[in-house]
Each structure stands twice: as structure tokens, then as C-alpha cells.
Design a protein around this ligand. Structure first.
Ligand SMILES: [Zn+2]
Length: 225
């Protein structure tokens, strides 16, 4: 399984972008239709009334769940959504997806912006060690990032706009809180969707698209009585 991680990442990021894009488009449309608040998780109770049968009247809950890719093939996901919300859509400052245009096309967005509520818990997108806590912008000590490195997967994650609750050198588990989301309204007034900016970096130092390894699925569960 040693070269498996590398092969799996290559497969996800390079070889299957089209397939994933189609899935992302479907999910995006679903999320947009069901979640008017940008990035809000879908948690909708509905009474499914079929033509006949008692089972058809069972109330169900539809929710958006995030499935992380399993890079090392151990049957467990290796990535988690840091906020639980969808990537921010278009707002006054642009788009939140990987590769989106920045500075009038002079550069590209190197991360994915997951919508957040200021003050909400932010969770570790990968397991690993906190290898750096830094400032997002020179001369601004309010907006910070947490860098987590996973030596086994040879992947690093940088989570921006977080007030950290962890320290450099700490071991963190994927999905566990690493801090809280900081409001972006002072830095980007009038129209920025609060979010966490997530950068994923491979063994060669290249940024890759978090949406390749974190895919939303609509899950319908029946409510027990
Ligand atoms: Zn961003």
C-alpha cells in the first residue's frame, strides 16, 4: 500500500476530474436548491407520501454528508470537511472554488472556501501534526491559519481564518476541533461570505482541489418513532 497513496491521489486529482465534476455539479444544484443560505447544511424533514403502503408515509430526513477519499486504502476516509458547509458560491468577492480567478485574473485561487458561521468550530481536515500556525496576511495579526502535516499520506492542509485552539507540534485527529472560524467582515466588508479557506498540498508541494477528495452526498434517513 506504500505507493497506493500516491496512485490514489493521482487517480483522484488527475485522472478523474471529469467524473468528479459531474458529481459536483449535481450536488451543487441540489445544495443550491435546498439550502438558500450559502453553504447551510441541508437538514430537512419531509413527509414522503407515496401512492400506497404504510412505509411510504414514514417521515424522512434529507441531509448533506461529506465523504472523504480513502487515500491509503484502509477503509477509512482521510479527509473531512472543516466546517460541514458547502463551498461558498459566488459573492461580491468572487467564487470559492479551486482555481477561481483572483485579482482580475492575475492569479488563481489555491484553495477551496468552505462557508462558515463566525465563531463556529473548525475541524481538522486531515489527521497529522500541527506544523505551523501563521498569519494569513502580512501586517494583520487577527487572521490566522493552521497547517497540519500528515507524514504517512504525505499531504499537508492549511486551514485559514481560524482562531486556533491547538499549538504547533500537537497531534490532531481528522474531524476534531482545531479552533473557531474568524469573521471576515472587517477584512472584506460588504458582501464576503464568512468561510474557512482550505489548501491541500501534495508531496511535491503542489496545491490540489479539496473538492476532489471531499464529495457531498445527499443522504435520506427514515425517522424512527
Ligand atoms: Zn479562499
Amino acid at each position: 500500500m506504500k505507493s497506493g497513496v500516491r496512485a490514489r491521489l493521482h487517480e483522484l486529482v488527475v485522472e478523474r476530474p471529469l467524473q468528479v465534476l459531474v458529481v459536483a455539479a449535481v450536488i451543487g444544484a441540489t445544495a443550491a436548491a435546498a439550502a438558500p443560505l450559502a453553504g447551510a447544511p441541508i437538514l430537512k424533514a419531509s413527509l414522503a407520501r407515496g401512492a400506497a403502503g404504510p412505509a411510504a408515509s414514514e417521515p424522512t430526513i434529507t441531509k448533506l454528508v461529506w465523504e472523504g477519499a480513502d487515500l491509503d486504502g484502509d477503509g477509512v476516509a482521510d479527509f473531512a470537511n472543516p466546517t460541514g458547509h458547502a463551498p461558498r458560491g459566488h459573492d461580491a468577492y468572487g467564487d470559492g472554488e479551486f482555481g477561481a480567478s483572483r485579482d482580475g485574473g492575475a492569479r488563481r485561487h489555491e484553495g477551496v472556501d468552505y462557508a462558515a458561521r463566525a465563531g463556529q468550530l473548525v475541524r481538522a481536515p486531515i489527521s497529522g501534526f500541527v506544523t505551523k500556525i501563521g498569519f494569513a496576511y502580512p501586517g494583520d495579526t487577527t487572521l490566522k491559519f493552521v497547517e497540519i502535516t500528515n507524514p504517512a499520506l504525505k499531504v499537508a492542509a492549511r486551514v485559514f481564518y481560524v482562531d486556533p485552539k491547538v499549538e504547533e507540534g500537537a497531534a490532531v485527529l481528522m474531524g476534531r476541533p482545531i479552533g473557531v472560524a474568524h469573521s471576515l467582515q472587517r477584512k472584506y466588508p460588504a458582501g464576503m461570505t464568512d468561510h474557512v479557506h482550505l489548501e491541500l498540498i501534495d508531496r511535491r508541494g503542489a496545491h490540489f482541489d479539496a473538492e476532489r477528495v471531499l464529495v457531498a452526498k445527499v443522504e435520506t434517513v427514515e425517522m424512527g418513532d
